[in-house]
Design a protein around this ligand. Structure first.
Ligand code: AP5
Ligand code: MG
Length: 209
């Protein structure tokens, strides 16, 4: 099964993807996670991407499309993928259609996790992530990761000004994908402003799991 997770920054894409990985063993590809690792490793991609990410702007389409074209051909994707944070522009969505069609793997669904922007600003200012395993949590969970004991940190782009810019960028560049996938008869909208387990129950239901 090949799924796109759509939704504003902080809507809960990573949280829901982690549940699908843990329960269903699905392959999760987050362009944000790949880019943060590239920034940390100071690869050529990371060096180019850092400035855009710190400002909350999108990394240019050609860099992302090249990255995904390579990633989606790796063997771990053969049984299906959860795409989290890609595509984010119509150009990326069209490129994804071509990539999947070349691999003869149709997209099964585009799940939109829908959350009000003011809820998101509050969520992201208290989000913490584990430096070691990438687990997603909140400031209330304390400084140590419940899964692996690693150190929890705040993402550089989770300050209020950058979050507001990310929300504007989402409205302008990414929200048109809602109509794009509605037009392909692939869109499923899920109310993301509920307990994460309730959201997950809807995610599974919508995927026929
Ligand atoms: P990326 O890492 O993809 O960030 P994002 O889309 O802004 O989304 P987030 O990861 O912030 O949120 P999420 O929806 O995963 O929420 P989460 O589950 O963590 O991208 C970062 C940057 O990389 C971009 O700004 C851009 O520069 C670049 N980039 C990436 N992909 C790109 C692309 N394709 N093209 C161009 N540039 C690209 O949850 C958030 C918080 O809420 C957590 O604390 C969590 O515990 C909590 N939470 C989750 N669900 C719930 C719930 N139901 N109720 C209450 N709290 C909840
Ligand atoms: Mg995420």
């Amino acid at each position: 099964m090949n799924i796109v997770l759509l939704g504003a920054p902080g809507a809960g894409k990573g949280t829901q993807a982690a549940k699908l990985v843990a329960e269903e063993g699905m392959c999760h590809i987050s362009t944000g996670d790949i880019l943060r690792q590239a920034v940390k490793d100071q690869t050529p991609l990371g060096i180019k991407a850092k400035e855009y990410m710190d400002a909350g702007d999108l990394v240019p389409d050609e860099l992302i499309i090249d990255l995904m074209r390579e990633r989606i051909q790796q063997p771990d994707t053969a049984k299906g993928v959860i795409l989290d944070g890609f595509p984010r522009t119509t150009t990326q969505a069209v490129a994804l259609d071509t990539m999947l069609s070349n691999l003869d793997r149709p997209l099964d669904a585009a799940l939109l996790i829908d959350v009000d922007p003011e809820v998101i600003v509050k969520r992201l200012s208290s989000r913490r992530m584990c430096k070691a395993c990438g687990a997603i949590g909140t400031a209330a969970d304390g400084p140590t990761c419940a899964s692996c004991g690693g150190e929890m940190y705040q993402r550089d782009d989770d300050n209020e000004d950058t979050v507001r810019n990310r929300l504007e960028v989402y409205e302008t560049s990414t929200s048109p994908l809602v109509d794009y996938y509605r037009g392909c008869n692939l869109l499923v909208t899920i109310d993301g402003d509920r307990d994460p387990d309730e959201v997950y129950a809807d995610v599974k239901r919508s995927l026929g799991m």
